[in-house]
Unconditional design. Structure first.
Length: 310
């Protein structure tokens, strides 16, 4: 049996670790609340942008568009969102496994890394890192997403990039976080179904015609409370909207990923705190048994010594 001194030292060490895990849990909880607020604040804008995209895609006849057509040549770029720190359960590991299991050709796939843990994991698996922009993940801003979108869209339109995916963790609630791989470009028309627009969203007095300039139509989205008029060729409209749509997908993935990271860390630290409590209880029991054994041994020695003197 371990000595009382070693058990006491071990118990003090576990108690010190428990204090750290409690503090980290509290910090993660506060950050999670802020992240959830940012996710909720971004949701109305994204939903409205998506409905506008659905409306345009369902009302136009587009056969030649750079953002809609599949390419035969070029590299695949995967935007991977992880974290710069560990102690978040399986948050980073699940993202790495998701990308690795997607079946990408490693010789033609490059990783746009946003988070050091994901970059390190994928580099060990033989993937090429196109760019390490991990500092952005600490406090992502919409301007950062605009810059990322601009860089990738230029590569896509220039012919270097064949397709763009984004790997992130979708935040459902505090205990449910789903690793998600989503294709960003090229877009697919079936991703924007017309049935996403119900009567509460679109005025039935939709007018539309094709003139010499292309698309000319107007519709009213009730949630905006105003009429949107489009009087430009559909290619010009999509050329403006699709980069904004991609930017908001990246920004939304940022917010979802950060919320998931803090929720995962909060759960991990909560489990660590409970495990530490169990270890402290076990060590306390061992210490009491060792102390009782030591006292019993001393009493036995005293009695034996007294009998030897008589």
């Amino acid at each position: 049996m371990a000595s009382m001194r070693s058990i006491k030292r071990r118990k003090e060490s576990v108690q010190s670790t428990q204090q750290i895990t409690k503090a980290m849990k509290l910090v993660a909880t506060v950050k999670l609340q802020k992240a959830r607020a940012r996710v909720e604040a971004n949701t109305p804008y994204f939903e409205m942008l998506y409905k506008v995209m659905c409306s345009i895609m369902s009302k136009t006849l587009i056969s030649q568009n750079a953002f809609l057509n599949e390419k035969d040549d070029g590299k695949t770029v995967v935007i991977v969102m992880s974290s710069n720190r560990g102690l978040a359960g399986g948050f980073n590991t699940n993202i790495v496994k998701l990308v690795d299991a997607a079946g990408f050709d490693k010789s033609k796939t490059e990783i746009y890394g946003l988070g050091r843990k994901g970059i390190e994991g994928l580099k060990r698996r033989g993937y090429t890192i196109l760019k390490d922009d991990s500092d952005v993940i600490n406090d992502p801003l919409y301007d950062d997403c605009i810059a990322i979108t601009k860089e990738l869209v230029e590569g896509y339109l220039g012919g270097d990039i064949k397709e763009i995916y984004i790997a992130y963790t979708d935040f459902k609630n505090t205990v449910t976080h789903i690793p998600t791989l989503r294709k960003v470009i090229p877009l697919e028309a079936e991703d924007f179904p017309e049935d996403m627009l119900d009567e509460s969203d679109v005025d039935k007095s939709l007018t539309m015609n094709y003139g010499s300039t292309g698309l000319n139509w107007s519709t009213e989205l009730a949630s905006l409370g105003t009429r949107i008029n489009f009087d430009s060729p559909e290619e010009d409209i999509l050329a403006q909207l699709i980069p904004k749509y991609m930017t908001n997908i990246i920004y939304g993935a940022f917010l979802e990923s950060i919320a998931s990271e803090n929720a995962s860390r909060m759960q991990a630290m909560d489990s660590a705190t409970e495990n530490a409590e169990d270890m402290i209880s076990s060590l306390s029991l061992q210490y009491n048994r060792a102390r009782q054994g030591s006292i019993t041994q001393e009493l036995t020695e005293i009695v034996a010594g007294a009998e030897a003197l008589t």
